[in-house]
Design a protein around this ligand. Structure first.
Ligand code: HEC
Ligand code: HEC
Length: 369
């Protein structure tokens, strides 16, 4: 069995290597080392756009270079890299009671030991799903080691947390309530007991789970919060652009989009969430200093050291500070570090940073959530 796995791994990496070489030739001098990583970490098989992206990569990058700055990527090319947000990923009418309950729970500090911290404390709905802190204070003011990512559009990701250790938003939601640093509840039973003592919840769980005999249980807390989080999609001007409105982006944003594609950000930040669909190493080309081993702590696999879920970039202009530990203060700096450590571009110019930043700004929600 082990031998078969070993052979299979070898075969796959050999293939990946071959593909990488083709990409290298196509990409006309671009740093393309990440091609291998992408194939080595195919956690995103379920997502069609990953496959499409590879198809798209061949040639288009080269084309972009050849034509210079005047030409925009055409619609077919764009669709190989990106997908507009869907209208909805949960039937909001059918699940109205469930979603309403989920929202109530999300906003309720009574889910914490001292009634002071709600999900919303660290993932504020009126602030793009974040608290703009490097790391977040929990019920006792203590902080964990990681930055709070936004809950907006998070349900679209392949998995939850920086290291992907929870599969879904429903599963994820049950973590922070019992986390001693975050909401600090001592046990599942204690949460259920606390909620059962609140009349309002007895009624709303019964309404939300009308087919169940004993609906107020811990798992259903996660089901309800997750259902609510699935409604947190934030259409942006970039979605309008993808759907064909060419005036939705201004000139600098269009230049930024083109640079985002041609320099290679697109290799990791693609698809409907502009990321969120694969795991990659921070410091792929130029080593990056961090003591957080990321996905290695979940899988124990040596090659997963410093591998993180690629963050989705929707609303990223509003969700700083950046990176898993919140150590990067500005978006300019995040772009510069990405170009260096992920792509090997040591000194990208101000124009490059300005335009890419402008493009990223077009991913901000049209109406503030
Ligand atoms: C004290 C601050 C804090 C509280 C309270 C909190 N979170 Fe988080 N949340 C975080 C941090 C920090 C992470 C990242 C942790 C990691 O990746 O290891 C996170 C990660 C997440 C993610 C993953 C997003 C992604 O892109 O991977 C979701 C979804 C989420 N939290 C939802 C919730 C919900 C729902 C609640 C309430 C039940 C909640 N959080 C309570 C700080 C908090
Ligand atoms: C090889 C994959 C890869 C490439 C290429 C890549 N990124 Fe990233 N990006 C990541 C990963 C992984 C992270 C998370 C790093 C961490 O937190 O340690 C990240 C984080 C970011 C962040 C911070 C997001 C947040 O919420 O903290 C921004 C902004 C970003 N990337 C933009 C870019 C831009 C712009 C480019 C092109 C210049 C780019 N990335 C190229 C994988 C990549």
């Amino acid at each position: 069995m082990k031998l078969i796995l070993l052979l299979l791994t070898f075969f796959l990496s050999a293939q990946a290597y071959a593909q990488e070489n083709t990409q290298k030739q196509d990409a006309a001098g671009q740093q393309e080392d990440h091609g291998r990583q992408s194939d080595g970490h195919r956690h995103n098989d379920g997502h069609g756009h990953q496959g499409k992206r590879h198809g798209g990569n061949h040639g288009h990058d080269g084309e972009g270079h050849g034509h210079g700055h005047g030409h925009m990527l055409n619609e077919t090319q764009l669709k190989q890299f990106f997908e507009p947000l869907p209208e909805s990923i949960i039937d909001e009418q059918k699940n109205a009671a469930l979603i309403k309950l989920g929202k109530k729970l999300y906003l309720d500090p009574r889910l914490s030991i001292n009634d002071r911290i709600a999900c919303n404390s660290c993932h504020s709905l009126s602030n793009y799903g974040v608290d703009n802190e490097p790391t977040s204070p929990g019920h006792e003011g203590k902080r964990g080691g990681r930055n709070s990512p936004t809950t907006l559009n998070a349900a679209l990701h392949i998995a939850q947390f920086w290291d992907g250790r929870a599969g879904t938003v429903e599963e994820q939601a049950l973590g922070p309530i019992l986390n001693p640093v975050e909401m600090g509840m001592p046990s599942e039973d204690a949460v259920v007991k606390k909620l059962k003592a609140i009349d309002e919840y007895k009624t709303s769980f019964a309404e939300a789970f009308s087919d169940q005999k004993d609906p107020l249980n811990y798992k259903n807390v996660g089901v309800a919060i997750g259902a609510f989080e699935r409604t947190l999609l934030t259409p942006s001007r970039f979605d309008d652009f993808l759907k064909g409105n060419k005036d939705a982006l201004n000139e600098s944003e269009k230049r930024g989009l083109k640079k985002f594609v041609s320099i290679g950000c697109i290799n990791c930040h693609n698809g409907v969430a502009i990321g969120g669909n694969s795991y990659r190493k921070i410091g792929l080309v130029v080593p990056y200093e961090t003591s957080d081993m990321g996905r290695f702590e979940v899988t124990g696999i040596e090659s997963d050291k410093k591998v993180f879920k690629v963050p989705g970039l929707r609303n990223v202009a509003q969700t700083g500070p950046y990176f898993h530990d919140g150590s990067v203060e500005t978006l300019d700096e995040a772009i510069r570090l990405m170009a260096k450590h992920q792509l090997g571009h040591d000194h990208i110019g101000h124009g490059m940073i300005r335009d890419i930043k402008a493009f990223l700004g077009s991913l901000t929600a049209k109406e503030a959530k």
